[in-house]
Ligand binder design. Structure first.
Ligand code: SF4
Length: 301
């Protein structure tokens, strides 16, 4: 079996920046109450590592960031790479919390675009319901219409020459299709595709794979960009695609009959987890025996 290391893969600049901001917060404020408003990036291993540093992660997918904020009595709050709405900034200030903002600059750019456009027009925002990034954008103005599929696009009210934009970590192909669908209804709409460069190049590298029997994406099930890499593998015609949290999810039957196995990882996945999977697959390729490590690496950053 040949093991293909897809490139680029793994950490993006926005994730590295968010991790460094949170590490600095822990180092600068020893013994203080520090809360993360949601997962700093969508990866359980990174969140667990921060909890060991004393940072408390408030995560509940059934509650908004604004609702989670009410659980913080005092101290420091870290806003995650996905960004938060203006209401969250205001409420945190009212509560007297010290805010540390790890919003990715690419997400902030989308916020600025939407804020500018909603001053006198409507925005169709293609994104995922209940995703924190979409929550942050729709909180900017009630002139933002969240659309996640064709049925929702068809149900939009009459809008005059809206802006069509999107979440940063969506599928390249599905989003292009949905934008085209919206343009049939609103032919004069302006389009600003905000899928970030890190997402684009990682998905394109998977879409370009040839003659590959299996794709292994290392990533957290909560990570939209990781799920979209698996989706890109399916669109590239790869017969078997898997999203693994770590090498410990690997099973022998996934490798049966596989001649070429490609490995990639989401932009929030610690590199050590991806390297561990690659080493395990390479050993299997040499020996024909699958030997899983006893555990994942202790240190993820
Ligand atoms: S995936 Fe894109 S938007 Fe998300 S943190 Fe990375 S660079 Fe920023």
């Amino acid at each position: 079996m040949e093991v293909i290391k897809v490139s680029p893969r793994g950490y993006c600049q926005g994730v590295v920046r968010a991790i460094n901001i949170a590490r600095k917060a822990a180092a600068d404020h020893p013994g203080e109450n520090i809360y993360m408003l949601g997962m700093i990036v969508h990866n359980r291993f990174i969140v667990d590592a921060f909890e060991k540093l004393g940072i408390i992660c408030l995560e509940d997918s059934s509650r908004t960031r604004l609702q989670l904020l009410e659980d913080i009595p005092s101290g420091i709050v870290i806003f995650t790479a996905h960004g938060v709405s203006d209401q969250v900034y205001r409420r945190a200030a009212e509560k007297g919390l010290q805010c540390i903002d790890a919003t990715c600059p690419d997400v902030r750019k989308t916020h600025d675009l939407v804020r500018e456009h909603t001053a006198d027009a409507d925005v169709i925002y293609i994104g995922k319901h209940r995703h924190p990034e979409a929550e942050g954008v729709i909180g900017i103005s009630d002139r933002v219409y969240l659309v996640s599929d064709i049925a929702e696009a068809d149900a939009l009210p009459e809008l005059k020459d809206p802006l069509i934009t999107c979440q940063t970590t969506l599928s390249l192909i599905d989003t292009a299709d949905l934008i085209q669908h919206c343009l049939q209804r609103f032919p004069n709409a302006r389009v600003m595709n905000e899928i970030c460069n890190a997402t684009t190049v990682r998905q394109q590298a998977v879409l370009d794979l040839q003659d590959t029997d299996a794709l292994f994406v290392v990533g957290d099930p909560h990570s939209n960009n990781s799920r979209q890499l698996k989706n890109a593998g399916t669109k590239a015609g790869i017969p078997h695609t898997y999203l693994l949290e770590s090498v410990l999810d690997l099973r022998e039957e996934m490798l049966t009959g596989v001649r070429r196995a490609a490995v990639t990882s989401g932009s929030s996945t610690p590199s050590v987890l991806t390297e561990q999977l690659i080493r395990t697959l390479q050993a299997y390729a040499e020996t024909g025996i699958l030997t899983l490590p006893a555990s994942t690496p202790e240190k993820v950053f």
